[in-house]
Design a protein around this ligand. Structure first.
Ligand code: NAP
Length: 321
């Protein structure tokens, strides 16, 4: 009998075909509706492989029902949506897709940084609304990027890729991690600083840590007070790392200048969210790694590791060794 695989969203066809060669595959077909909990509960009891997304909450209660499951393959590098401990206790392997999305996510982060600094979405809306009556010297003036300081909190794969782009833009780049990266310091030209120094000296603060118990609410009111008045916060990591209420207050009180957000505590972000009312907040619907090519590669990587685990082999990107 073929092993059963459940895929929680439509994914690129090639990855589905690959899984279908050796597995019985079921796919949740509704693009715009996340798989309902009761469907997931039913599918997980029978599945040997679960191919899921960051929008699926794979918690301990769900994992308890998974008596045949060998692997949870997450189409993302972050895996904060999965209870890793509960999966490990049941001997279920968890895999992710690191590396293949690094450059694409760094591109998006840099695009968001530039769009926020130069008020691109605001300017586009201004023109389309018919407000462009005349040109004036200070119309929609923003912040420079070249010669400014970028502070990266969480200099991992994506952080380094952002740093390389920033150096190309003639920026000064500082970073903070729990551990230093001497190789990156030397090869890219970065400076390690304390978190306080990074916040006090950076014109751009970019969050790039994983979302963990330690990074939950990592950036809050006290930190915004340390930042420069012209500073811009960019978050393409995870929503819960930045305290959204404190960010709103900091923007309203002029403690910082603007923010660019690809991620939110609650996703999709509710349309009445206070941050969406501010013109100096550029928002995106969690599209960091969303290029056609990268999403296809991510699906292939996730499918390949899922098959390895189902066949009793060790996946390449095992989160819970
Ligand atoms: P990574 O290579 O593991 O890098 C994460 C970095 O964060 C590491 O260098 C780590 O260094 C640092 N870090 C961890 N905890 C920290 C803390 N408490 N304080 C300061 N630094 C800390 O991961 P990555 O591939 O670059 O991805 C990073 C995150 O980006 C992912 O976990 C995911 O949530 C997010 N992401 C979002 C999108 C999107 O679509 N918006 C796309 C891809 C990834 P130390 O261990 O030395 O501290």
């Amino acid at each position: 009998m073929k092993p059963k695989v459940f895929i929680t969203r439509q994914i690129p066809e090639a990855a589905i075909r690959k899984l279908e060669e050796t597995c019985e595959v079921a796919v949740w077909k509704y693009e715009d509706i996340p798989v309902p909990r009761d469907v997931l509960e039913k599918e997980i009891t029978e599945a040997h492989g679960l191919f899921c997304m960051l929008t699926d909450s794979i918690d301990a209660a769900l994992i308890q029902k998974a008596n045949k499951l060998k692997v949870i393959s997450n189409l993302a590098v972050g895996y904060n949506n999965i209870d890793i401990e509960a999966a490990s206790e049941k001997g279920i392997k968890v895999t992710n897709t690191p590396g293949v999305l690094t450059e694409t996510t760094a591109d998006l982060t840099f695009a968001l940084l530039m769009a926020t600094a130069r008020r691109i979405t605001e300017a586009s809306d201004f023109l389309r609304a018919g407000d462009w009556k005349t040109w004036s010297p200070m119309l929609l003036t923003g912040q420079d990027i070249y010669n400014r300081t970028l502070g990266i909190i969480g200099l991992g794969r994506i952080g380094e890729a952002i740093a390389r782009r920033a150096i190309g833009f003639n920026m000064n780049v500082v970073y903070h991690n729990r551990s230093r990266k001497p190789e990156a310091e030397e090869s890219i030209g970065l400076t390690y600083v304390s978190m306080d120094e990074l916040l006090q000296t950076s014109d751009y603060v970019c969050i790039m840590t994983p979302y963990t118990n330690e990074t939950k609410n990592l950036i809050h009111a006290e930190h915004f007070k340390m930042m420069k008045e012209n500073a811009i916060l960019i978050n393409t990591a995870r929503g819960g790392i930045v305290n959204e209420k404190d960010l709103y207050d900091a923007l309203i009180n002029g403690e910082i200048w603007a923010a660019g957000l690809d991620v939110f505590e609650e996703e999709p972000v509710p349309l009445d969210h206070p941050l969406l009312t501010l013109p100096n907040v550029v928002t995106l619907p969690h599209i960091g790694s969303a290029s056609i090519s990268t999403r296809s590669i991510m699906a292939e990587v996730a499918a390949s590791d899922l098959l390895k685990a189902v066949n009793g082999e060790t996946p390449v990107h095992l989160v819970n060794p």
